[in-house]
Design a protein around this ligand. Structure first.
Ligand SMILES: Nc1nc2c(c(=O)[nH]1)N(C=O)[C@@H](CNc1ccc(C(=O)N[C@@H](CCC(=O)O)C(=O)O)cc1)CN2
Ligand SMILES: Nc1ncnc2c1ncn2[C@@H]1O[C@H](COP(=O)(O)OP(=O)(O)OP(=O)(O)O)[C@@H](O)[C@H]1O
Length: 215
């Protein structure tokens, strides 16, 4: 008999449990190293407009991510979940309000689903990413709708252990260009990696992005 639990939901439960099991110190090290690494990427890219997300509990980046990005770029777009599960966008203006599914959302004017077409860099939430860039998200399919609109480099932030040889994929799944994997201890820096299918912008070689062949 086929299993009632899909490979994707099995992996989601596994990662969610692993995130819950991280100690406050591990979370803090990982989140700080991710913020440092992504801030370096923003500087190297001279990015002026970044789309990101407001991390849920234990999601990579943590509670300090939004404030750190807001001082690093003039325009920070954050998602607003639509009833269709597509994402609208609004500029972060210093205020957030509770939204559905425990999300915190921006309160400014909605810019429309196409606002991400003109950004310089996108941070994408993920539970896990495969070496070929395939991304496992929370299961709403939101970023599978969003990513085809984005021409800017798309980067997922991950905690240690969440970059996997492969993740279960459906035909609709969209890939990310790169991943930043947080460090477990205060002595390490986050590891930056590039996935198959995207050209590495030349300026990022200088900050230690390693390419791989997706294998
Ligand atoms: N921080 C963040 N914002 C985001 C997303 C995301 O993955 N993370 N999204 C990505 O598309 C969109 C919202 N979609 C979501 C779909 C499902 C769940 C969800 O199932 N949440 C779990 C709790 C997860 C947790 O705490 O880690 C739940 O409700 O039980 C959350 C967001 C837009 N904003
Ligand atoms: N482009 C799309 N348009 C409409 N529905 C879609 C699209 N892409 C995916 N979906 C729907 O979304 C559902 C969830 O997809 P999936 O499990 O890949 O989500 P996810 O990428 O993990 O979630 P998220 O992006 O919200 O974090 C799929 O079963 C599919 O029906």
């Amino acid at each position: 008999m086929p299993s009632a639990v899909s490979p994707k939901s099995e992996l989601r439960s596994h990662i969610r449990s692993a995130r819950k099991a991280m100690s406050p110190t591990e979370l803090d090290f990982s989140n700080k190293s991710l913020i440092l690494a992504f801030s370096a990427m923003v500087r190297a890219a001279s990015a002026r407009s970044v789309a990101a997300y407001v991390p849920l509990a234990a999601e990579p980046g943590g509670p300090a991510l939004v404030a750190a990005l807001a001082v690093a770029v003039p325009t920070l777009l954050l998602p607003v979940l639509l009833p269709s599960r597509d994402l609208d966008w609004a500029r972060y203006d210093g205020t957030l309000t509770p939204g559905p599914l425990g999300l915190s959302q921006p309160t400014g004017p909605r810019l429309g689903v196409d606002a991400v077409r003109s950004i310089d860099l996108m941070l994408v939430p993920a539970l896990a990413v495969g070496r070929d860039g395939t991304r496992l998200g929370q299961g709403g399919g939101s970023y599978d709708r969003v990513l085809p609109r984005v021409t800017a480099p798309t980067i997922a932030l991950l905690h240690p252990g969440e970059l996997l040889p492969s993740v279960p994929a459906d035909p609709h799944d969209q890939r990310v260009c790169g991943v930043v994997v947080g460090a477990t201890t205060g002595y390490e820096t986050a590891h930056l990696d590039w996935t198959k299918g995207c050209a590495i912008p030349h300026y990022w070689h200088s900050i230690g992005l390693s390419a791989n062949d997706g294998g």
